[in-house]
Design a protein around this ligand. Structure first.
Ligand SMILES: [Ca+2]
Length: 231
């Protein structure tokens, strides 16, 4: 890698979590552009959402008003076990972005989980979940590439409310979570992706316990990130 390219790369790494005051070697600054905010404060799902393997018995916009509620089912997209029941997907108009969601779930058996996605298809995706894994409460940062699943699981305190965030900047994705929406902790390994369209998603599953438990999605926010010339 040429020195200037390396400098830009290192600059990106340094400022990916701190979205103000970042400049690169061409004197550009990373700023927030347009914002998509959806708080699920409606009773009819907008048409920009698609639902995979849709089963209307197990999701609702009215059970908990102001939330998208998904009832976990024995579903998953782990490696070749593809059965994504009620994964909510939507395309976004941004190349670089920060995707945040506030979720309430308390998983109590292994692999019960809810989380957020960056999606190409069932075998190529980024997944960040609030999960019960190996007898512990955890956050899981995962990526699947052509059915090969790679994961980092970090144990956390037994919280019900969680904020999850994925940042996609120049095709490098980083994973964060927060208990309060203010203090963010990076998890997992930053991952390179090159998907055909920017598609984000929400999911809640119970692939081993098969239990039906409630995952409440309070809102999503997607902030466009862009480089702007410094005056
Ligand atoms: Ca898969």
């Amino acid at each position: 890698m040429r020195r200037s390219a390396m400098f830009i790369f290192i600059s990106l790494l340094l400022c990916i979590a701190i979205l103000q005051g970042c400049t690169d070697s061409t004197n550009k600054e990373l700023v927030t552009g347009d914002v998509i905010f959806e708080d699920f404060d409606y009773t009819t799902l907008p048409s920009h959402w698609t639902i995979t393997n849709r089963n209307d018995i197990f999701w609702s916009l009215t059970t908990n008003p102001g939330f998208l509620t998904i009832i976990t089912q024995p579903a998953d997209v782990h490696e070749t076990a593809n059965n994504p029941v009620n994964f909510f997907l939507r395309e976004i108009p941004y190349e670089n972005y920060q995707f945040t969601a506030r979720i309430e779930i308390f998983p109590e058996r292994d692999f019960e989980q809810a989380g957020i996605l960056i999606w190409e298809n069932e075998d190529n995706y980024i997944r960040l979940g609030r999960v019960h894994a190996f007898d512990a409460q955890a956050i899981e940062a995962a990526v699947e590439v052509a059915t090969a699943y790679t994961t980092v699981i970090e144990n956390i305190d037994p919280i019900t409310e969680v904020y999850l965030r994925l940042i996609n900047l120049n095709n490098q994705v980083s994973y964060y979570y927060s208990a309060d929406g203010e203090e963010w902790i990076e998890v997992g390994n930053r991952t390179w992706v090159n998907y055909s369209k920017p598609i984000i998603g929400l999911y809640a599953i119970s692939p081993v316990s098969d239990r039906a438990i409630e995952a409440k999605f309070d809102y999503i926010q997607v902030e466009e990130l862009k480089w702007e010339a410094v005056e």
